[in-house]
Write a protein of this length. Structure first.
Length: 439
């Protein structure tokens, strides 16, 4: 009888202990980034770069690393702004009158590879907050394992990670206060922008056949990605604060009877045009009237004029090549117009006050065949053959000549640690430079 009681007592004790272990395990939070769990659970974040788009968005972004065998979440900056990921954890069931505590553990790495690059070196910063408003001083995290103490004042604790060219893995959060439980609260997640695909070849479905159709379908904050091809149309942004950019190798926009792209509905800096070749326009490549859009990594050539500005327009132009247009790269209603143009290549005789501008031949690969990739002895992409060629005699001065704050983004290594000017800058189709590969 005693043996039976002992056996029953032992069985009950083990069941309770097992339940206790399960409860402690369930009270924590883990993510090995083998799924898109972070996208669903974070409180707020930079945009997650979709796998099916080869050119990263024109803003800071997060992307999942590699294949099934390579895990991690990558932080990449843009224009000097760091990518960001914020979690909100809520503690409960702690003894009355106590402040729950816990730890936030993660692995940090700064790998050297073609997808991320490490020149200059990456960085990752961490800070915490009780209310998501007032933050602690940012702590710089080195490579390796970190265990960051958390304090749940008022029952909540926010953790903010910001960085670039950094990878995190194996996030583990657990309460250290006896009896406390923990859950993630993604209620504040900003809705992800809708991505609208445009494909003149209609190889992708669903997609729009024209860029204008994609723009008309977009709402503020959305992204319109345009797959390779020649788009003969006149695109108007219609005041939308959206990003319109090539999805892979740079698409071409032509407007033989007018302007390829127009901004005259009070567009601001969040109206972004990026990574296009604009050629063959009968009036000008881009028209701005009373607007201030962002124009990044464009190649504007072979038009009657490059960019025209009227009505107080003040576009922000960076990393562009505006070369070989009949009436020059820039024209405005005032001769002394103060252009906001930086780190761009312009014809001689169009000096501007912006930093980083150059006035030399950009050395296109084959102007006669409308191949506007940049010459490079270290490798350039040939679109019609879908291959890389090596050994050019000339080197384009536009290699590694874009804004240093932008970094090489998705350019293959060696990339010199700096974005190229022109339509392919920051993409996997950018011409390569001499390096260095890593610090």
């Amino acid at each position: 009888m005693n043996f039976v009681r002992y056996t029953l007592f032992t069985f009950v004790f083990l069941m309770l202990a097992a339940g206790s272990v399960r409860a402690q395990s369930a009270s924590g939070y883990t993510d090995d980034f083998s799924t898109d769990k972070a996208r669903q659970d974070c409180h707020s974040s930079s945009i997650f770069w979709p796998d099916d788009i080869e050119t990263p968005p024109a803003r800071p972004y997060l992307t999942y690393l590699g294949t099934d065998d390579a895990r991690g979440l990558v932080f990449m900056n843009y224009g000097g702004e760091l990518a960001q990921l914020v979690y909100r954890f809520v503690a409960g069931a702690a003894p009355a009158g106590t402040t729950a505590r816990g730890t936030f553990g993660l692995e940090v790495a700064f790998p050297c590879n073609a997808q991320i690059g490490q020149f200059p070196a990456g960085q990752l910063l961490c800070s915490t907050s009780a209310d998501g408003v007032a933050w602690s001083v940012s702590q710089s995290l080195s490579g390796g394992h970190h265990s960051i103490p958390l304090q749940f004042t008022g029952g909540t604790c926010y953790v903010k990670l910001t960085g670039t060219r950094a990878v995190i893995d194996d996030v583990r959060v657990s309460p250290s206060t006896t009896g406390a439980t923990l859950r993630v609260s993604p209620a504040g997640v900003t809705a992800a922008p809708t991505i609208h695909h445009v494909d003149v070849m209609r190889d992708r479905w669903p997609s729009y056949a024209t860029i204008q159709a994609g723009v008309d379908a977009a709402r503020n904050g959305d992204i319109v990605v345009v797959w390779p091809g020649v788009y003969e149309e006149q695109v108007r942004f219609k005041g939308r604060a959206i990003t319109v950019q090539s999805a892979a190798d740079a698409a071409v926009i032509m407007a033989p009877g007018g302007y390829a792209v127009s901004f005259y509905d009070a567009e601001g800096p969040k109206s972004i045009l990026a990574n296009f070749v604009i050629a063959g326009c009968g009036v000008a490549g881009i028209f701005c009237d009373g607007s201030a859009p962002t124009l990044r990594n464009l190649t504007i050539t072979g038009n009657k004029a490059g960019i025209t500005a009227y009505g107080g327009a003040n576009p922000y132009i960076t990393n562009c090549i505006i070369w070989g247009n009949i009436n020059g790269p820039l024209s405005a209603w005032k001769a002394n117009y103060n252009w906001r143009i930086y780190y761009s290549c312009l014809d001689p005789g169009y000096a501007t006050k912006g930093a980083g501008n150059i006035h030399v031949n950009p050395q296109f690969a084959n102007l006669q065949n409308a191949d506007f990739h940049l010459k490079s002895p270290w490798g350039r992409y040939v679109a019609w053959a879908r291959m890389w060629v090596f050994g050019d005699d000339e080197t384009s001065p536009c290699l590694d000549a874009g804004d240093p704050a932008d970094g090489p983004r998705a350019e293959w290594m060696p990339n010199g640690g700096r974005i190229n000017m022109g339509a392919c800058g920051g993409t996997p189709y950018a011409s390569r430079s001499s390096g260095p590969d890593c610090p």
